[in-house]
Design a protein around this ligand. Structure first.
Ligand code: 13P
Length: 250
C-alpha cells in the first residue's frame, strides 16, 4: 500500500535562521501528519539541510540538486558524498526550474539518478510539460521521453527507491493548477510506463503531483487513485500553511 506524502520544495527561500524557526515547529507538524497517517518532508537549500536535521531529526529531508560526479572541478556544485556526510538520502532531480534556468536535460538527470542509486539514495525525479507542449497536446510524448531517458539505466531492483513528481510547468507558481483529472490521467500514464519497465514494483512507487497545490485543493488531488501526494512550493513555506495542507488531506 502506497503512503501519502506531502513534500515541501522551498526552492531558494529561507535563511538558516528562518529554516530553524520552521524546524522548531517540525515535531508539531509530524504529530499532525501521524494523526492523518501521511508522511511529510521538506527540501530546503543546501545550507539549511543540517540546520533542520539537528533541529528536527525526524523530518524527512531532500536536497534540491546534486552533481553526478563524486568530486572534482565543478565550481558551485555539491556532491553525493557531501550530502551523505550530513545524512541526506533523498534528492530532487530535474525540477523544471533546473531544466529551464540551469540547462538541465533528460540526460543529465539520467546521470544524476544513476549516481544516486549507485549510492543507495532516493531520486525524487520531476517530469512535466511546458505550456506550449500542453497546448500542442504532446504532454504524454514529453513525459514518455523524460521517463525513458531519465530512468534508462534504473534496474527493477532499484525502482522502489524512486519517487516521481508530475509537475506541469505551466502550473508552477502561477496559481493555474492542473485539474485533478489531468493530474490523475498523467500520474496514471507515468505508472503505466513504470509498469512496462518494472512490472508490479510500479504499484509501490509514489507519484506526486506538483503545481499550485494549496490547502484548498490538496484534498482533491490526493483523492485520485494514482496521485500519492504533492510536491508543494509556495504553500509549504509557512508552518501555518503546511499545517493546513496536512489537516486538509482527508
Ligand atoms: P508551487 O506550489 O509554488 O506552484 O511550486 C510547485 C513546485 O515547483 C514544487 O516543486
Amino acid at each position: 500500500m502506497r503512503r501519502k506524502l506531502l513534500f515541501g520544495n522551498w526552492k531558494m527561500n529561507k535563511t538558516r535562521l528562518e529554516a530553524a524557526e520552521f524546524a522548531n515547529q517540525g515535531e508539531y507538524l509530524l504529530q499532525l501528519a501521524k494523526k492523518a497517517d501521511i508522511d511529510i518532508g521538506v527540501a530546503p537549500t543546501f545550507l539549511s539541510l543540517d540546520v533542520i536535521k539537528h533541529t528536527c531529526p525526524a523530518l524527512r529531508l531532500a536536497a534540491q540538486n546534486v552533481h553526478y560526479a563524486s568530486k572534482g572541478a565543478f565550481t558551485g556544485e555539491i556532491s553525493i558524498p557531501m550530502l551523505q556526510e550530513i545524512g541526506i538520502s533523498t534528492v530532487i532531480i530535474g525540477h523544471s526550474e533546473r531544466r529551464q534556468y540551469f540547462a538541465e536535460t533528460n540526460l543529465t538527470c539520467q546521470k544524476k539518478i544513476d549516481a544516486l542509486l549507485e549510492n543507495n539514495m532516493c531520486p525524487l525525479y520531476c517530469v512535466g510539460e511546458t505550456l506550449d507542449e500542453f497546448e500542442h497536446s504532446i504532454t504524454k510524448d514529453v513525459i514518455h521521453e523524460q521517463i525513458s531517458v531519465g530512468l534508462a539505466n534504473v534496474k527493477p531492483a532499484d525502482a522502489n527507491k524512486l519517487i516521481i513528481a508530475y509537475e506541469p510547468v505551466w502550473s508552477i507558481g502561477t496559481g493555474k493548477n492542473a485539474s485533478k483529472e489531468i493530474a490523475q490521467d498523467i500520474c496514471h500514464y507515468i505508472r503505466s510506463l513504470l509498469k512496462d519497465k518494472y512490472g508490479d514494483i510500479a504499484d509501490e512507487i509514489q507519484i506526486l503531483y506538483g503545481g499550485s497545490v494549496k490547502p484548498e485543493n490538496v484534498h482533491d488531488y490526493l483523492l485520485m487513485p494514482d496521485v500519492d501526494g504533492a510536491l508543494i512550493g509556495g504553500a509549504s513555506l509557512s508552518v501555518d500553511s503546511f499545517r493546513q495542507l496536512i489537516e486538509n488531506v482527508h
